[in-house]
Design a protein around this ligand. Structure first.
Ligand code: SAM
Length: 280
């Protein structure tokens, strides 16, 4: 009898995601984290860091499109973009779809994530293979923004959860440096976890970011392999409001989830999410 192999991510102490594995392709301990690549029956190939799903072939487009195009279509001329984390390359792949983007810098702490993505996820990593707009920096995004002054139009924080090397990417000092690294009309966006199981974190991040950026907005997307499937992004902007962009003026890049209507409607929050953001 053939034994079935299952992968289980304990998403919280009381909640898990399980899926059937068809193949284990790679595992290694990098200087920063445990990296694995597995093939699953339902979600296709999966990248795991410390046993947590980073991306899957089947649903990666939702997260990568939604973390990129909302800010890029809010800024009227996003020429220079920085992605912090995001070593799988999915976010930078979306950034370079914008004709106005002239340079997209990726600052990823763990070069083995970049390697694994190029090796096992060539579709997601497409822009990491010597794309003329892309510059790859291997290093800590926290230190990188400390040294930047008014350089970027858009900064995207495509981080792991707030554990290990990702902890500092969820701190107010970091957002202060992101603000400094942005040009006067700049916009930042960060992945900010699930409203169902990370309400306290979302409340704090929203408060921290709105203490620094005059326009702060939270929006949602459905990412089935992330805890609870409902995922939040928090956008901080120096000038432009993502909800003021006229739907008819939002360009439609080559996407599968993001559209001009999704852009507008992603900011329509269910009452329980709105309540998380209300000052206490
Ligand atoms: N979409 C994913 C999610 O929400 O789970 C994030 C994927 S992306 C692979 C996250 C990346 O952030 C990882 O490759 C990790 O190495 C990187 N990272 C974590 N802390 C970092 C830091 N301080 N500076 C730069 N990159 C960092």
């Amino acid at each position: 009898m053939k034994t079935e192999l299952w992968y289980t991510e304990k998403q919280t102490p009381n909640l898990a995601l399980s899926c059937k594995i068809s193949n284990i392709l790679h595992t290694e301990k990098t200087p920063y984290q445990e990296l694995s690549v597995i093939d699953t029956v339902e979600w296709g190939r999966m990248l795991l860091l410390d046993g947590v799903v980073m991306t899957t072939e089947k649903d990666e487009f939702v997260y990568h499109e939604m973390i990129s195009h909302v800010a890029l279509n809010t800024h009227p001329n996003p020429q220079k973009v920085l992605v912090i984390g995001g070593g799988d390359g999915g976010t930078i792949r979306e950034c370079v779809k914008h004709a106005q983007v002239e340079k997209a810098v990726l600052c990823e702490i763990d070069e083995r994530v970049i390697w694994a993505s190029k090796e096992y996820f060539p579709g997601i990593a497409a822009a990491l293979f010597g794309h003329p707009k892309v510059e790859i920096r291997v290093g800590d995004g926290i230190k990188f923004v400390q040294e930047c002054n008014a350089e970027f139009d858009v900064i995207i924080i495509d981080s792991t959860d707030p554990v290990g090397p990702g902890v500092g990417l969820f701190q107010p000092e970091f957002y202060q440096n992101v603000h400094k690294a942005l040009k006067p009309e700049g916009i930042m966006v960060a992945q900010t976890e699930s409203p169902f199981v990370n309400a306290g974190l979302i409340r704090r991040l929203f408060r921290d970011i709105s203490g620094i950026f005059p326009v702060t907005k939270l929006y949602l997307a459905t990412v089935p392999t992330y805890p609870t499937g409902l995922w939040s992004f928090t956008l901080g902007s120096k000038v432009y409001d993502p909800t003021d962009v006229a739907v008819s003026r939002i360009p439609e890049p080559d996407t599968k989830y993001y559209s001009s209507l999704v852009h507008r409607n992603a900011f329509v929050l269910p009452k329980f999410v709105q309540a998380i953001l209300e000052p206490r």
